[in-house]
Design a protein around this ligand. Structure first.
Ligand SMILES: Nc1ncnc2c1ncn2[C@@H]1O[C@H](COP(=O)(O)OP(=O)(O)OP(=O)(O)O)[C@@H](O)[C@H]1O
Ligand SMILES: [Mg+2]
Length: 271
C-alpha cells in the first residue's frame, strides 16, 4: 500500500509517524525531557555520560535534540554513529572532524586527537561534544581508548564532553571490572524509560496532529493495545500505528478501532 494513498485518504499533510522530525516537533514525554536535560548538563559540565535504553526508546532522538539546542558558534559536535570503525577509527574520526589529517601510526594519532580536542577549546573557544552512538558495540580496546582520551590532560581537566549512547548491555559491560577506570569517570548515567500508557496516547495524538489531523483518529482501545504490544517504545508505536492506519483504510473505516490495531499487531508480529 502506498503511503500516498493513505495520505490522500486520511487527508494527512505529511506522512504521520515519520522519523524526520525537527527538534521543535518532538513529543515531550517525561523520559525524553529528562534525557535531553541530562545530556545538556553533561555537556555543560564537560563530563562523561552514559545514556542507555532499549531499541527504539528514543535515545538518538534525545541526543540530537540536546545537541541541536547548543549554540553552534561555541560548540563542535562530533557524532559517531557507527562504532564499527575500528579502534583507530575513533581517534581518526575526531581528528578529521576537527579539520586535521589523521596521522597513520596510532602512537602518534592518540596525542594528535588529544591536541586537536584541546586546541578546539583553547584556540577557537569551542567546546567539543563527542557523541558515540550504538556504543554497546564498542570493543574493549575502543572503550579503553576512550578512557585514555578522557584522561589525556594530566591536570584532570577534561578537554571535551563525551556521551556514550547504547542499548542496556552497554551499562553492564562498563560495570565489568576491566572497565573500572572508565566506569569511575562517568558522572551521568541515565536509563531511558519507555512511555507510560498516557504518554503513548498523547504521543500518537501528537504525531497525527503533526500530520494535520487533530481530531480523534485512534479509539482508546486501539491505543491501549498498541501501547501494550509496543511496550511504550516510540519506534514500535510508530510501526504499529502506521500498520493500524493501513488496516483501517483497507477496511474502509474512518478511524482506527481495536480490530484495526489487532490486525496491525498480527501483521507486525507475524514475521
Ligand atoms: N520525543 C519523540 N518525539 C517524536 N518521535 C520520537 C521521539 N522519540 C522517539 N521518537 C520516534 O521513535 C523513533 C526511534 O527513536 P530513536 O531512533 O531515538 O531510538 P533509539 O533509542 O536511538 O533506538 P536504537 O537503539 O535502535 O538506536 C524515532 O525515529 C522517532 O520516530
Ligand atoms: Mg539510536
Amino acid at each position: 500500500m502506498s503511503i500516498d494513498l493513505l495520505q490522500a485518504h486520511y487527508g494527512f499533510t505529511r506522512t504521520p509517524f515519520g522519523r524526520d522530525l525537527a527538534p521543535g516537533m518532538l513529543h515531550k514525554s517525561a523520559g525524553h525531557g529528562e534525557a535531553v536535560a541530562r545530556i545538556s548538563w553533561c555537556i555543560t559540565e564537560k563530563t562523561l555520560g552514559v545514556i542507555t535504553g532499549e531499541v527504539g526508546s528514543g535515545k538518538t532522538v534525545a541526543a540530537r535534540a540536546a545537541t541541536a539546542a547548543l549554540d553552534a558558534s561555541r560548540h563542535t559536535v562530533i557524532y559517531l554513529g557507527n562504532p564499527a570503525i575500528g579502534a583507530r577509527g575513533i581517534y581518526a574520526a575526531i581528528v578529521t572532524a576537527l579539520g586535521g589529517v589523521p596521522r597513520f601510526h596510532k602512537a602518534s594519532l592518540i596525542p594528535q586527537a588529544a591536541d586537536a580536542l584541546a586546541a578546539e577549546e583553547a584556540e577557537k573557544g569551542k567546546r567539543v561534544v563527542v557523541v558515540v552512538d550504538e556504543a554497546h558495540l564498542l570493543s574493549a580496546d575502543q572503550l579503553e581508548e576512550l578512557r585514555l582520551l578522557t584522561n589525556a590532560d594530566m591536570d584532570s581537566h577534561a578537554a571535551f564532553a563525551c556521551l556514550l549512547i547504547g542499548q542496556p548491555t552497554l551499562r553492564r559491560r562498563i560495570k565489568l571490572g576491566t572497565f573500572a577506570a572508565l566506569d569511575q569517570r562517568i558522572r551521568l548515567r541515565y536509563a531511558m524509560p519507555s512511555m507510560s500508557d498516557l504518554e503513548t496516547a498523547s504521543y500518537i495524538v501528537h504525531h497525527l496532529a503533526l500530520a494535520g489531523r487533530s481530531d480523534t483518529m485512534f479509539s482508546d482501545d486501539a491505543t491501549a493495545l498498541i501501547h501494550q504490544v509496543a511496550r511504550g517504545l516510540p519506534r514500535a508505536v510508530n510501526n504499529l500505528a502506521v500498520q493500524a492506519l493501513v488496516a483501517a483504510y483497507a477496511a474502509k473505516k474512518a478511524i482506527v478501532d481495536e480490530s484495526s490495531a489487532r490486525a496491525a499487531v498480527t501483521e507486525i508480529t507475524a514475521d
